[in-house]
Write a protein that binds this ligand. Structure first.
Ligand SMILES: Nc1ncnc2c1ncn2[C@@H]1O[C@H](COP(=O)(O)OP(=O)(O)O)[C@@H](O)[C@H]1O
Ligand SMILES: [Mg+2]
Length: 174
């Protein structure tokens, strides 16, 4: 594993699941964001609000959370998107927002159900399974977090993920 891997090389815990034990590591979500944002998108994505955010979790699963939300924002944005990340006491908060059509108030729970694709997405492109957000929600919840969508300051959708922050090293050793 390269030195720049956004998670420690030692995975010291396992989470039980139907798919078997998943190795759990300390993961720098900011590194995952930067890694995903290295790709080219159809709109510029502002990353200046990505600060530190360290959580305990399954690296591959957390990678798909970040990737799904960024891909959706880039697809639905009119001209721009923004990713921000910060730690507020015990909580790490990731917000991925765009200036697209947003998600109407009455559909803000339903977008997280499997196979939901809103009218605008269906008319935009035939691709897309409507599974990304359902999987994202399942992963976030299995990490003890929550996800919701609200109106973005940019004018479109703001998908917000809140996860328990990993304890800082100096809080760990007593
Ligand atoms: N950033 C966004 N802005 C507006 N609508 C969105 C956004 N992200 C997701 N959606 C809506 O939620 C639906 C479900 O998203 P998702 O589960 O990722 O499925 P898919 O991307 O395969 O269509 C999308 O089809 C779209 O209608
Ligand atoms: Mg998607």
């Amino acid at each position: 594993m390269s030195d720049s891997a956004p998670w420690s090389t030692t995975c010291w815990r396992s989470r039980g699941s139907r798919r078997g034990a998943r190795p759990t590591c300390e993961v720098d979500l900011d590194e995952l964001c930067y890694e995903q944002l290295q790709r080219t998108f159809r709109v510029p994505i502002d990353r200046s609000g990505v600060l530190a955010g360290r959580v305990i979790g399954v690296p591959d699963e957390l990678t798909s959370v970040v990737r799904n939300l960024i891909d959706n924002a880039a697809r639905h944005a009119a001209t721009a998107a923004r990713v921000s990340l910060a730690t507020y006491g015990p909580t790490v908060r990731l917000c991925v927002e765009d200036d697209g059509p947003g998600v109407p108030m009455e559909l803000r729970e339903k977008v997280f159900e499997r196979f939901t694709r809103l009218q605008e997405a269906r008319s935009r492109d035939a691709g897309g399974s409507g599974l990304g957000l359902a999987l994202t929600k399942r992963i976030v919840e299995s990490h003890g977090g929550r996800i919701f969508v609200e109106s973005a300051a940019l004018g479109g959708a703001a998908f917000v993920v809140e996860l328990p922050a990993a304890l800082a090293d100096d809080e760990d050793d007593w």
